[in-house]
Design a protein around this ligand. Structure first.
Ligand code: ATP
Ligand code: MG
Length: 428
């Protein structure tokens, strides 16, 4: 029987890879401009990394982790999110002793066991940022700004920024009992997951996809009525900073996010176009969390960050008909006439590549047709043609297929033609 890829995973090839790497490049370039530096953590971690921080009442820990026991009888988990490993890394390496705000980004695969569907996979990719060491609404606004700048740079403009605050612990300690009191008489009418959440983490009932838009959900008490004066001031400052940065947002009091670790502001960037098949798809999600350092026996680390789903951004680009630029430099194909010249051609492509120019040759054919086919297939801009006559007279013919011009040059003029720097001249 044929072996196929696991459902919910993706093979990327051809243009899909161009798109994937282009998104990575845009994310990284912008993050670097904002002063973030890259961190690469392992793809698997001790299971406890996620259990302690993401929390047992979250969908991730509850039912979405790829957990296995290794040969040393340790429980390991393929990372189902990036925030907990980053905090583990930060605390373990005692990076908190460095002064100032730490700003990191990561890009890599994430694994979740959930029902595969459009925009939901078993293995997907997140680009995320985390900042450690400061609780300030201006920072939170600038983190949201970074996410928006990435969207803008990619040309994804149909995006809505949804914002909420979960307030401080104090506010949530007052709000959660009110929420429980409200939901208790309605529990029978709610989904099975909500019954569990009611016991473990009632806040997450607001995030329920099954019970969304029901009468019960529409009349639920609002966190905004339970915020402390300080919480309110923080949220106002954040909104004000977003206004100054020219970022439009919607405050949504049902936005709580699926993870246990958030406090204060949470946000999502949602694809917003009612005519589109992906309307309402969350492309990016994040917020502030201040207690996670302690989950790793570290200090209290003030933190804010977000994660983008890269495959979902690819979907958004497709939806908008945005084509990413071809990452490759102008390519060259060398076409040879006559068997003895093939090796000369091989030496020529080697010279071009050594000087940073992508070049290919058809190793096999002496006929013109298959050689031109190769040029077409790899979308070569330049076609260099050499035959025995050219070699004998130290000449070559170069066709620029974009400009539609053909020139005959001396071999020692090759450097000038391709703007190759250096004193070495090419010779047959
Ligand atoms: P949802 O409520 O849609 O399940 P989530 O709260 O689980 O989302 P996060 O954990 O915040 O999502 O992940 C951040 C981003 O990663 C999401 O906004 C989304 O773009 C992407 N993402 C999450 N789960 C998947 C998945 N299974 N497949 C593809 N992308 C995903
Ligand atoms: Mg999820």
């Amino acid at each position: 029987m044929r072996i196929n890829k696991i459902k919910g995973t993706i093979d990327f090839f051809g243009y899909e890879v161009e798109k994937y790497r282009y998104i990575e490049k845009v994310c990284v370039d912008i993050a670097k401009k904002f002063g973030y530096s890259e961190v690469i953590t392992p793809i698997f971690e001790a299971t406890d990394v996620f259990v302690r921080s993401v929390g047992e009442s979250s969908d991730i820990v509850n039912k979405e982790m790829y957990t296995f026991t290794d040969r040393g009888n340790r429980s390991l988990t393929l990372r189902p999110e990036g925030t907990a490993p980053m905090m583990r890394m930060f605390v373990e390496n005692k990076l908190y002793v460095n002064p100032g705000l730490a700003k990191y980004y990561y890009f890599g695969p994430i694994f979740r066991y959930e029902r595969p569907q459009k925009g939901r996979y078993h293995q997907f990719t997140q680009f995320g940022v985390e900042t450690y060491g400061l609780e300030n609404p201006l920072l939170d606004a600038d983190v949201i700004n970074l996410a928006c700048k990435i969207m803008n740079a990619l040309g994804i403009e149909n995006v809505k920024v949804c914002l909420n605050t979960l307030g401080s612990k104090e506010a949530r300690n007052a709000y959660v009992p009110a929420l429980k009191e409200y939901f208790a008489p309605h529990l029978e009418e709610m989904c099975a997951d909500c019954k569990v959440r009611f016991e473990k983490n009632p806040l997450r009932m607001l995030d329920c996809k099954a019970d969304a838009n029901t009468e019960i959900m529409n009349n639920v008490p609002k966190i905004s009525d339970y915020l402390t004066e300080e919480d309110k001031a923080y949220f106002e400052e954040l909104k004000n900073a977003l206004d100054i940065l020219g970022i439009k947002y919607e405050v949504s009091d049902k936005l709580v996010r699926g993870l246990d670790y958030y406090s204060n502001d949470v946000f999502e960037l949602i694809y917003d176009n009612p005519d589109s098949a992906i309307n309402g798809l969350t492309l990016c999600a994040g917020g502030r969390y201040n207690d996670m350092g302690r989950d790793f026996d570290g200090p209290d680390v003030k933190a804010v960050g977000f994660a983008f789903g890269v495959e979902r951004m690819m979907m958004a680009l497709d939806e908008l008909g945005i084509k990413v630029p071809d990452s490759s430099k102008d390519k060259v194909t060398v076409i040879t006439l006559g068997k003895p010249v093939k090796k000369v051609g091989l030496k020529l492509v080697d010279y071009l590549r050594s000087n940073g120019i992508p070049a290919e040759i058809d190793y096999q054919s002496d006929n013109l047709k298959p050689q031109f086919k190769l040029a077409e297939r790899i979308k070569a801009r330049y076609i260099i043609i050499i035959g025995e006559d050219e070699v004998a007279s130290n000449m070559m013919t170069i066709k620029d297929t974009w400009k539609q011009v053909e020139v005959k040059i001396k071999v020692n003029e090759l450097n000038e033609y391709f703007e190759i720097e250096g004193a070495n001249k090419y010779a047959y």
